[in-house]
Ligand binder design. Structure first.
Ligand code: NG6
Ligand code: CA
Length: 512
């Protein structure tokens, strides 16, 4: 009994005893609940992720805040629901940093608690102020919001500039070949990606959007000129990020560190390393998940090599639900259909959606001896809770985050408490919100026109406009049968709760 109590010491207790763990947050991009072996994927081999699940706890009701990237990352790092703030939607690649320097983030809090902090991978929270000059040191960058080290792409793989930025400077830039970026118009001499001849020569054709600038024979959003020596290689991006993560771990092994590893897999364009080609019957989209798994394997191996496995809390989750055709012709729709693969698992919707598939994502936690191993947890947890929970685990004061929308769920993560959170709010596109309480999910109707999103396989949210919907997720995880007529009191309670949460503040401009 004594032994058991010792091995499952609550996380916060351990931090209080003065031995806070390293925290490695592995963040996938657009990888759905159903895309990983440990969540039931049959045709995507993910041995490293599955090992993490076997050695830790697999949450089946883990949520990101939003069904797209920028808001989920904002919510996760600040502990505040992004829908409270204007300007937290999907950002262009030349956007200014949207987290004000004055704001506490999970990184500033952990840094304050003595951690060395790093972010590697996809940023997508903006950089600089107003117009960024990519040829000079960029400020503010992740450093100004708490990260001692950063090696990032500014936005997404499908947005220019297609370069890495390390500690505020573009990597490999030749000053004689400066970078120019435009989100308004092409530079003179840019090819017309709508012309058949140009399209025929692309490494991967576009299906919607992605027909502005041409980089590495792939159409992107926005145009860029110059910077030839700095342009990334799409096929080695995963290797580069994983290598930088391993270097960060090795370099900082002697004192607590926080590593936020934001993989680009499997966001579009899915131009992955040829060694992963054909690993799944799903084409580039499935093979990109295998590439993600490879990155996870390398990070876990580096922790092991440095003797840090036992003292490192590893969390793996995703920024939003899955999407098949997200603007490039990579055959995801037809190949998924042929293989019978369900990227969102049993849930309705996917990326962009206010239904479960948009925000209910893979969610694994491992810390040997402190987090139950081989366990499946039904507890409701949200990434908005990371700010308070990680701060608590790291020995800092979570109160500023708790005053926002973050809850300290550290005892739930370790398994020493069953649940803390009894509701979770999910954001689809724009201000479309849904709320889950226990097994009930309320998807309120709204007067606006539905956002027609391109997510053919998972459907769009047009039905949401029609009126309020209530689902019982235990009986109907796929949200097929609206049971609002039979349960008006439940619907009213959830609606009131959502309204009360919204009343705490919405559409406030971000204070600078
Ligand atoms: C959309 C893009 C999509 C993807 C998404 C952001 C088009 C037609 N669609 O606007 O390809 O880039 O933005 O994805 O351009 S996220 O995961 O970073 O939120
Ligand atoms: Ca995403």
């Amino acid at each position: 009994m004594r032994f058991l109590a010792y091995i499952l010491l609550p996380l916060a207790v351990l931090a209080a005893e003065g031995t806070p763990p390293n925290i490695v947050l592995i963040y996938a991009d657009d990888i759905g609940w159903g895309d990983l072996g440990c969540y039931g994927a049959k045709v995507i081999p993910t041995p490293h992720v599955d090992r993490l699940a076997a050695e830790g706890t697999r949450f089946v009701s883990g949520y990101c805040t939003s069904a797209t990237c920028t808001p989920s990352r904002y919510g996760m790092l600040t502990g505040e629901y992004p829908w409270r703030r204007k300007g937290t939607g999907i950002l262009p690649g030349d956007a200014a940093l949207i987290i004000p320097r004055s704001r506490a983030t999970v990184a500033t809090a952990l840094k304050g608690a003595g951690y060395t902090t790093g972010v590697i991978g996809k940023w997508h929270l903006g950089l600089g102020e107003l117009e960024v000059d990519w040829n000079r040191p960029i400020k503010p960058s992740p450093r100004e919001v708490g990260f001692d080290y950063s090696f990032i792409m500014a936005a997404t793989g499908d947005r220019v500039p297609c370069v890495f930025v390390e500690n505020g400077s573009v990597v490999g830039l030749d000053p004689k070949d400066p970078i120019e970026v435009s989100y308004k118009r092409p530079f003179s001499g840019d090819p017309d990606l709508k012309s058949g001849e140009v399209r025929a020569a692309l490494a991967m054709d576009w299906s919607v959007g992605h027909n502005m600038g041409l980089v590495n024979k792939v159409g992107r959003i926005g145009w860029m000129h110059g910077g030839a020596s700095a342009i990334w290689d799409d096929t080695t991006m995963g290797d580069t990020f994983a290598m930088k993560a391993c270097e960060f771990i090795a370099k900082n092994k002697t004192k607590p560190f926080f590593l936020y590893y934001a993989s680009h897999e499997n966001h579009v364009p899915r131009i992955i390393n040829p060694r992963f080609a054909g690993k799944t019957p799903l084409g580039p989209r499935g093979d990109a998940v295998v590439s993600f798994d490879d990155q996870v394997g390398r990070i876990l191996a580096e922790l092991e090599r440095q003797g840090l496995t036992g003292n490192t809390l590893v969390i793996l989750t995703s920024d939003n639900g899955p999407v098949l055709d997200d603007g490039y012709k990579d055959r995801a729709v037809e190949l998924n259909r042929a293989a019978g693969h369900a990227p969102a698992g049993p849930f309705r919707g996917g990326k962009y959606s206010v239904y479960q598939g948009g925000t209910r994502v893979p969610f694994l936690v491992r810390w040997p001896g402190h987090v139950s191993a081989g366990k499946v947890s039904e507890a409701l947890v949200s990434q908005v809770d990371f700010a308070a929970s990680f701060t608590r685990i790291g020995g800092g004061d979570p109160a500023p985050f708790i005053a926002l929308d973050s809850l300290d769920v550290s005892a739930v993560l370790s398994g020493s408490e069953k649940s803390t959170r009894d509701y979770v709010v999910s954001q689809g596109m724009g201000l479309a919100l849904s709320i889950r309480e226990g097994d009930w999910s309320l998807v309120p109707g709204h007067g606006r026109k539905a956002t027609k999103v391109r997510n053919e396989a998972e459907g769009d949210d047009s039905e949401v406009v029609a009126g309020d919907q209530l689902y019982n997720l235990e009986k109907d995880p796929g949200q097929k049968t609206n049971v609002i007529a039979a349960n008006p009191a439940v619907a009213a309670r959830l609606k009131d709760r959502l309204e009360a949460l919204k009343a705490k503040g919405i559409e406030q401009p971000l204070p600078r």
